[in-house]
Every structure is written in C-alpha cells, then in structure tokens.
Design a protein around this ligand. Sequence first.
Ligand SMILES: NC(=O)CC[C@H](N)C(=O)O
Length: 387
Amino acid sequence: MLLSLKGAFPPAILALADGTVFQGNSIGATGATTGEVVFNTSMSGYQEILTDPSYCQQIVTLTYPHIGNYGVNTEDIEADKIHAAGLIIKDLPLVASNFRKTATLNEYLVAGKTVAIANIDTRKLTRHLRTHGAQNGCILGLAEGEAVTQALIDKAVAAAKAAPSMSGLDLAKVVSVRQTYEWNQTEWKLGAGYGVQITPRFHVVAFDFGVKKNILRMIAQRGARITVVPAQTPAADVLKLKPDGIFLANGPGDPEPCDYAIAAVKELIETGIPTFGICLGHQIMALASGARTFKMKFGHHGANHPVKDLDNGRVSITSQNHGFAVDEKSLPSNLRPTHISLFDNTLQGLARTDKPAFCFQGHPEASPGPHDIGYLFDRFTALMEKK
Ligand SMILES: NC(=O)CC[C@H](N)C(=O)O
C-alpha cells in the first residue's frame, strides 16, 4: 500500500534568506511565494491557521508531521480566504477522512492559490528557525514535469532575500474590511452548526485589524450584537455608534506603525467605555497607554503554550500566534501585568488600573486550540454589565 503521496506531486523548493535550501513536493498552487517563515506547533487546526488573517505575509511551517488527514470543510474558517502566504509540512497523508470533509487540503490550497511544500524535514527547519530566528523565505512550487535546477534554487534564494522585513510593516490596514458590517453569528455546536444571537444585551464595536471569526462568535455568544469597523475608523465615528464595549482585534504585521489605531484607542479608553484587546489589539492598547513593543526572535505560534494568570496563579494552556510582544520594562504606572508566558516569561496580559480596559497577547478564542482562557470573554461581558 502507498503510505504517502511522495512522487505524486511535482517538486518544490523552499529557500531561506540565509541561503538554506530544502527540496520537497509542491502540494498547492504552482509558482512562487515569499514571506516570513515561522513555525506553529499545533497538532490540528490547519484550516483555521491558514485562514487566520494574522498570518498575512507569513509562511507557516507545521511541526506536527501529518497534516491534511481530515481534509477541509466549509465551517472551520477564520476569514473568507487563506491569508497565510504559504504552507510547509512534512507529510500529506494519502487519505483524508472526516464526516464534515468537503475537499482535501491539496485541493483547498490549489483553489486558494496558495503555494505549499511537503516532504521536507520540518524538524530540521524548525530547529534552524529556533536557533537563528524567524527569517524570510520563498517557496517555489514547480509545474508538472518541471525539474529542480541550480538556476531555480538561486532564483528562490534571491526572492527570499528580497522579501520585505516584517518589522515596520503595517498590515492591519491591508487586511481590514473596507466597509462597516453587523455580526450576530454565535459559536459552533455539534449537530447544530453556528447559531445566531437574537436577543443581544450589549452593543460592541470591533476594530477589524484582521479579525478571526471565532472571536466575534464568542463575543456574540455572550449576548452582544457587534458592529465591525475598518481599522482606520476614527474614535469619533466609533462613539457615534454608542457602543457598550469596544473590541480591538488581532491582526498581522508590526503594531508600531499603526498610528491611526493607536491614536483612536488612546482616545476611546479615556471615555471609560469597557475595552478588550486580543493579540495585535493587545499590543495597540499597550502602545496607546505609553508602553513599547519589540520583535521577538521566533515568536509564539501554537496551541500548547502555558500562560500564568498573575492574579490567582492559575495556569492555562493557550493558543498563540504573535511575533511581536510588549516590553515589560516599558509599562507606565497605569498598566498592570496580568498574565505571563511560562515558556519565556514574556508579557501575555495587561490591564489598565485607571480604566475598564484589558488585553491578552494569546488567543482566548482558540480556533485552533484549547479553551482554558475563554474566561477573558466573560471578563469583558462583566465589565459591560457593570457599566
Ligand atoms: N495574531 C496577532 O494578532 C499577531 C499580532 C502581531 N502581528 C504579531 O505578530 O505579534
């Protein structure tokens, strides 16, 4: 019996900006893609990861060796398209099987025009990134019948070297929605699918910096109707919507150049409207409060990250996806650390001491990942209730 699809796909090249080259098979679209190569340690959830807008201009390596075994479906999406710039995996299993499956991973990547490489040593690549830090790379997916040549390898290395650095890139305004829209979809349940919030108690205005759908679903589930607004919406326009709460979404790129969002959030927090930020939203809340952010060596991407709640000592296993972090040494006196990563002690959560505003660096909405830290959504609801 054929144990893998090796040989069934044309060749592909992965080149890193430092000249390191891997050869494997092209399991997605034909052509070239570039981006920052990062590794994610989740064991499942590849469809949620591919569609997470925070992966814009990043090529994701999945460290779990078998990816694609349950195919894809029409529900497990975090945005309406694939946002990751490319995918790197070890083994694409021959059979994809799941009762919700509508297509295979390979079909999904081709339809989504996403370049992807399989059959490379992802352990070696991950160790390389861990030692030398995240760096830019290029995947070249060759056409049927095409062979790897030195000229193609040189071309891939040159493309990796020429790709823009993630530091200084404002990608939130690139992926953000252009038009305001209303959201009322709630969480997914086996047998019922997604629900609808028909009796909202709160109105939340959510800044879309690259929002994951499951965040909106978890807020709606807790009794909110949501107005999602473009990243560059000024504070005055948000106030006109008379929100009970303000949500700052996750998103791709460097938070520091998002000056429009930092200015709006600074103004909005001052009004005393309860505000909650996740990931890029956390970083923007920190910047708006006077703290600084920095680029991490290889970031946190996975679904197995232990985070400690400093208020009660409780440890949660969390979902993570970030390459920047808030500098603990830069915190002003009105910004209190609430959570830290037990992997590297970096800041994971913050709360304003003078306003009802708090934020989290990881992903309480999971998708994919454990639900341990979902209590942060309840904390947001409690602040709106109190108000
Ligand atoms: N998921 C996110 O919101 C990521 C935030 C930011 N782009 C980072 O990499 O740190």
